[in-house]
Ligand binder design. Structure first.
Ligand code: ZN
Length: 455
């Protein structure tokens, strides 16, 4: 048999033998082994004498809804009625012969009363464990710093007030009169970058007004300081490198990073700090060896498609009490350069990598946030009218998205199956809805001790 045929046969066999649900369980066992126990231990908000479902059943049902990309609570209840699904979620929750799964009203009532901090603690514990695994050591910037990117995301919008904590925005007509008032909710998210592709939530801060008639509304900058303090408190020893938008290129952010011992790589625009921009543009041409050009060859190795990339950097620009380093990349035929401001030292050796690390933030924005919005997690979908429940839905979506990303990015099978993202989760859902799970199967999967190979 020709070599090519063997490979094709092997691929077909691998595909035929592939059991999506087993792989999901393998991922849960390996990367999130404490999840069910943590869900079980949350401070139960309910009156203990009327409990039908244990904590972990309610929470795991909601989390798996995200993993399977089920887009509304009504659909979740509709789809999670079959005996096999009820059994499987029961087994994963540690319960044999679970009779039924909670209706979405039950889930929403529960989430309306659950303290948000209960889920925040779980996210922190899951991330803490991932950080301690040796698997992701290569993700560190300069072999030391974990990259954490921060960005705001809209979670709700309406032209009617939804709750006392809504942010508001006046939309005006051309003559300046008020056309309508928009009511919305935003969250500021910190995401930890693992292996360049997996981005997991490490902390969330909701941007919200205390009451309807505040004189100054809450905003992203305020939320940033709350979030940074929360992160420092939860991970005091973590070597952090923040990846931030140009909005954050300002003295108070430098001060905070200095105080916390954090590094940062922040997008810089001339308008961010004009005096620093002026110094940088003047100094960048002074030292010849602080400018260099690299040629990027196209994948087909055709020299006529070469792209030249010119790098310039300047260290030690004084600004208030800080010494700032700036690095710039100009790509041939592109109008605007990429400029980053950082408290990491820049040299000819590390300049290109620094800019690559800085630019990763924008790639992640597409992945971490847009995929939650556009590809099935439905972050902007209103899962509940109750504000507290909304926030808890958001946090459970973060947990679901974490698990989903591992499923999507660490299984090598997808190279052979060659399918777009959504069908990966369709395959998983189909398997989970058709293959009966038992405690014996959980043990068998555990004893396989098969290793994951990263892409
Ligand atoms: Zn509201």
């Amino acid at each position: 048999m020709k070599k090519e045929n063997v490979t094709r046969k092997q691929k077909r066999e691998e595909k035929d033998n592939f059991k999506a649900m087993h792989e999901l369980i393998r991922i849960l066992q390996k990367y999130f082994p404490g999840l069910v126990a943590l869900l079980k231990e949350v401070q139960d908000p309910r009156n203990q004498s009327y409990i039908t479902y244990e904590n972990q059943v309610i929470l795991l049902t909601r989390i798996l809804g995200t993993v399977f990309r089920i887009t509304s609570m009504r659909k979740l209840t509709e789809e999670f009625t079959e005996t096999i699904v009820v059994n499987n979620i029961g087994i994963l929750s540690g319960i044999a012969e679970l009779a039924e799964l909670p209706h979405y009203d039950t889930i929403n009532n529960y989430l309306a009363r659950l303290e948000q901090t209960e889920l925040e603690k779980i996210i922190q514990k899951l991330v803490y464990r991932l950080l301690r695994m040796r698997t992701f050591e290569d993700s560190r910037i300069r072999n030391k710093y974990w990259q954490i990117v921060i960005d705001g995301t809209n979670t709700f919008w309406s032209n009617e007030r939804h709750c006392p904590h809504c942010l508001t925005k006046e939309h005006k007509n051309e003559d300046g009169s008020i056309k309508y008032i928009g009511y919305y909710h935003n969250a500021l998210e910190t995401k930890l970058v693992l292996n360049g592709v997996i981005v997991v939530s490490i902390g969330t801060e909701f941007i919200e007004n205390e009451k309807p008639d505040v004189t100054t509304q809450d905003c992203e900058q305020n939320a940033f300081y709350r979030l940074a303090n929360k992160l420092k408190k939860a991970f005091p020893q973590l070597p952090v490198c923040l990846g931030l938008d140009s909005l954050y290129a300002a003295a108070p952010v430098f001060d905070l990073c200095e105080q916390f011992g954090w590094k940062y790589i922040i997008r810089f625009k001339d308008g961010s700090i004009p005096t620093v921009a002026k110094d940088f543009h003047a100094l960048k041409f002074m030292e010849a060896d602080q400018t260099f050009t690299l040629i990027e060859r196209a994948p087909d190795k055709d020299p006529s498609k070469d792209i030249s990339k010119t790098y310039r950097y300047v260290n030690h620009i004084e600004y208030q009490s800080h010494f700032l380093n700036l690095a710039e990349l100009t790509i041939q035929d592109e109008k605007y350069p990429f400029v980053f401001i950082t408290n990491l030292s820049v040299s000819k050796k590390n300049c290109a990598q620094l800019i690559e690390d800085g630019r990763r933030r924008w790639k992640i924005e597409n992945q971490g946030f847009n995929s939650q919005k556009n590809h099935g997690c439905e972050l902007e979908h209103l899962f509940s009218h109750n504000y507290n429940a909304m926030k808890n839905h958001y946090l459970l979506i973060q947990i679901g998205h974490m698990i989903a990303q591992f499923f999507q990015h660490i299984l090598t099978i997808w190279k052979n199956i060659n399918s777009p993202d959504y069908s990966i989760f369709e395959i998983l859902k189909r398997d989970f809805f058709n293959a009966l799970l038992s405690f014996q199967i959980l043990d068998d999967i555990k004893s396989l001790n098969k290793r994951f190979r990263f892409k």
